[in-house]
Design a protein around this ligand. Structure first.
Ligand SMILES: C[S@@+](CC[C@H](N)C(=O)[O-])C[C@H]1O[C@@H](n2cnc3c(N)ncnc32)[C@H](O)[C@@H]1O
Length: 301
């Protein structure tokens, strides 16, 4: 289904407006009018579109006002004074400076603004400086490309999760917590790659059926009304797909099969870090039960 075009007003008719037309995707937007403070330009036509006095904004049913000028702040202030909502203002030529702290919600809204108006090839310029936790499921594939994070692919779209494991790895090292590492539920191994990179010298147990959800677990989901999960879901993977991704294979132990049975020979193993991500009640419960027993000082994530 084709989305409706975003309706925009472009503020500025100078050099910036030329540049704006290079990066704005005309497939995504409809330009309703230009705005300019220069009286001589008001009432003229620019690129086939009428130039208005900014006080005329209220006449228009617009989604965004795109500032196509280097005077971002001054124009933003002018628009805010005119009661234009901040969420409708797009500063085209001044993405936020590196390291700026903004709320996840703001980032999401900001990124969505750019997604809605710019050509895809220009989006990375606007995203790279302040991608924090931007899990937009319907844009996952596009985000993977845009963030282009080396190796684990997921830093950009799941920053908080990745950073948490990075911090835990540091704690485990600094506090000299002994023990093996485990991931219960690995699917295609993107997260295993990250864990393996962070704990290259530890024994790393990788637990998965590699055939997706089991019938037994799915029946429990249904009987307790927990979810509509289907047996075999997430089965489109293999040991090879996962192992191929790992940089430090020598300490990796694959535990293919149904958990907890696949762990019965590990009753005496000591673990320092375990990631449980199996989606379903039963294996999550079994995972907590199994790993917590021998977990005097470690971490479960
Ligand atoms: C959400 S995926 C894991 C995703 C992975 N942690 C990541 O971040 O890329 C859930 C995985 O749990 C596995 N799983 C679910 N129940 C299981 C069980 N009882 N025993 C072993 N693996 C199980 C599924 O096969 C699936 O691959």
């Amino acid at each position: 289904m084709k989305k409706n075009k975003a309706k925009i007003l472009i503020f500025g008719t100078g050099e910036g407006s030329k540049k704006a037309l290079e990066i704005i995707d005309l497939e995504k937007v409809q330009i309703l009018a230009y705005l300019d403070n220069n009286r001589a330009k008001q009432g003229t036509v620019h690129n086939g579109v009428k130039v208005e006095n900014p006080i005329a904004v209220d006449k228009y049913d617009y989604d965004y006002i795109v500032i196509a000028s280097i005077y971002n702040q001054e124009i933003t202030d002018q628009l805010l004074k005119m009661n234009v909502q901040r969420s409708k203002i797009i500063q085209l030529f001044q993405p936020k400076p590196k390291g700026v702290k903004v709320l996840v919600k703001e980032i999401y809204e900001d990124n969505m603004k750019y997604i809605n108006i710019l050509k895809d090839e220009y989006l990375s310029v606007y995203f790279k400086n302040y991608a924090i936790c931007n899990m937009i499921p319907f844009d996952m594939e596009r985000n993977k490309k845009l963030y282009n994070y080396p190796d684990y692919l997921i830093k950009g779209i799941d920053y908080v999760r990745v950073s948490t494991v990075e911090l835990i790895a540091r704690e485990v090292r600094e506090r000299k917590i002994e023990g093996a590492i485990a991931e219960l539920g690995v699917y295609k191994g993107d997260f295993s790659k990250l864990i393996n990179d962070l704990f290259p010298d530890r024994i790393f147990y990788i637990f998965d059926t590699f055939e997706g959800f089991s019938q037994k677990d799915v029946e429990i989901e249904k009987s307790r009304n927990f979810s509509q999960a289907k047996a075999g879901h997430l089965g489109d993977t293999s040991v090879e797909i996962v192992v191929d991704k790992l940089s430090h294979k020598k300490n990796v132990v694959i535990k293919k099969g149904y958990f907890p049975q696949s762990a019965t020979d590990l009753a005496d193993e000591l673990f320092s870090f375990v990631s449980i991500d199996v989606d379903l009640y039963k294996p999550t419960y079994e995972g907590l039960h199994f790993f917590i027993q021998d977990f005097p000082k470690g971490v479960i994530f």
